[in-house]
Design a protein around this ligand. Structure first.
Ligand SMILES: [Zn+2]
Length: 273
């Protein structure tokens, strides 16, 4: 039986290698950086939904909130199975995405938070991710954890949290690793993107869905065929549909993240009138 690491190391990280655009002064550069931010988030989002898919298809037990568990798996995936700079950027951008979602929602008052929901609060999701990241690699993510004002004692605790979470997930997944020359059936489908064509093109260019499909199919013996589908949903979302064994990424989600980058992070709305 091959390890997940070996299975994943055999694949190339096609997706995020294309990212890494740096924001400079020109509008084109900022737009490219916004798209890179959205695609980094898309990679994390895909692995989050793939986590739901693995729980569903492999009938894995889950202790605690499944949402938190699959956030952890997505974080582990990007930390362990690809250590290029871009997968780390994907994690930082995804955490920042939750952070800015939270900042936006605080404007409407804390009373409007839902304290009991499937997901933890966005701000908790951001901190949980950063804790896992600094727990895995304090040298690389120490600055990020400092920026999130996670104090040094807590950063040390994060190392234990990370180790326990990693070990737990690996123990659950190990019985489901593929055998020699075994590959699961995962098809990637892009539905008509309509007004969202530029996001569909970016997804294809970054190869996020194809890369995820390839690595997951090579790593896990799934009981039946699975589809990864990019489509218009009428809302910025992504989800796993257990009845169809599908992971769905909505083009609207990429647009949402581009707008977040432009208006909340770059502050375009503050200057344009
Ligand atoms: Zn979820």
């Amino acid at each position: 039986m091959k390890t997940i690491v070996a299975a994943l190391a055999a694949s190339l990280w096609l997706g995020l290698m294309a990212g890494g655009a740096v924001a400079e002064d020109s509008e084109d550069d900022i737009l490219a950086a916004a798209m890179a931010f959205a695609m980094h988030d898309a990679a994390f989002t895909m692995y989050h939904e793939i986590g739901h898919m693995l729980v569903g298809e492999l009938e894995l037990p889950v202790l605690g909130k499944e949402e938190d568990a699959v956030d952890a798996l997505a974080t582990i995936w990007l930390l362990e199975f690809d250590e290029s700079e871009d997968s780390y950027d994907a994690l930082i951008d995804a955490a920042d995405g939750w952070y800015f979602n939270a900042v936006n929602s605080t404007g409407s008052g804390v009373d409007e938070f839902s304290y009991y929901s499937d997901h933890s609060l966005d701000i908790q999701r951001a901190y949980a991710m950063v804790c896992m990241m600094v727990g895995k690699d304090a040298d690389i993510f120490g600055d990020t954890a400092d920026a999130y004002e996670i104090d040094p004692d807590q950063q040390e605790n994060c190392s234990d949290i990370y180790d326990q979470t990693f070990t737990s997930w690996m123990r659950l997944l190990e019985p489901h690793l593929t055998g020699e020359d075994e590959i699961s059936d995962i098809e990637v489908i892009y539905e008509d993107a309509g007004d969202y064509e530029e996001y569909a093109e970016a997804l294809k260019q970054y190869g996020i869905m194809e890369y995820a499909a390839g690595t997951v199919a090579a790593s896990f013996a799934l009981p039946g065929p699975v589809t990864f589908r990019a489509t218009q949903c009428g809302e910025a979302n992504a989800f796993y549909d257990p009845s169809e064994s599908e992971v769905i990424y909505c083009y609207e989600m990429a647009e949402h993240m581009v707008y977040m980058y432009l208006y909340d992070i770059m502050g375009w709305g503050d200057t344009a009138n």
